[in-house]
Design a protein around this ligand. Sequence first.
Ligand code: GDP
Length: 294
Amino acid sequence: MFENLQDKLDRAFKVLKGQGSITEINVAETMKEIRKALLDADVNYKTAKSFTDEVKEKALGANVLTAVSPGQLLTKIMNDELAALMGGEVTELDLKTNPTIILIAGLNGAGKTTFTGKLANFLKNKGKKPLLVAGDVYRPAAVDQLQILGEQIGVPVYANTASKDPVGIALEGIAEGKKQQNNVIIIDTAGRLAIDEQMMDEIAAVKESTKPHEILFVVDAMTGQDAVNTAKAFNDRLDFTGVVLTKLDGDTRGGAALSIKSVVNKPIKFIGTGEKMEALDVFYPERMASRILG
Ligand code: GDP
């Protein structure tokens, strides 16, 4: 998909190559090509349209009587604009409170449990003392999975498999974390295969009772337009504080990163780049922009 987008952009830029100035006509033509390429890469229409409108305005307003070619200028404008669309700057976690409570939400298979482990590992390496709370009351395998990850990274896990009450488990976990002087408590929650009212009610109840400082929504970047719809549904209900895009190591579409930020207006904070505990990166809008544009 990236290749596809890049090929098309390359072709679009060829139109401009060798031309001494950017005119209304050749910019409009190029924007059409770019919009098509973005749509093909699964960026939603509204995002693609506002992006190209913005780039067009900047391109026409820019002083092109400089040493750079129009193609280069447009590439720079697009890079800056794409990065701005994805938040502009790195957005860090709010870790001021002790203990910081972080709630993890998302659909089954998104990579929630894996990310929960990765985040604990990331924070531990930064000198924090995290505790993981296994809040998936529906899948015993998820509790086992978290316990295995915890052991692997040397981070304790609070679980209570006798309980089916996500709020109770979360509160017990927090109490345990306070007792053990953990300064970050990360609560994994139960997902579902698709958006589900009961799931939303449960996570909303956990949010209500634990008052988390961060609610991170985890989503599989490979699900394209669905990722955007899922993000919207979760944000409408939970008003989350950040997005984690997983599986960006695969044959992933760039569209999700671009659209999610503009649709829910929440920062992407991390990206998952593999199954291993180390395969986690802070989200850099600039890098992602370059990656999308090639
Ligand atoms: P959950 O149901 O949301 O808790 O999802 P899991 O954490 O169990 O992840 C589902 C699958 O995706 C597992 O096989 C993970 O190893 C895999 N996975 C999670 N994150 C990534 C990632 O960033 N890249 C890749 N390639 N696989 C991932």
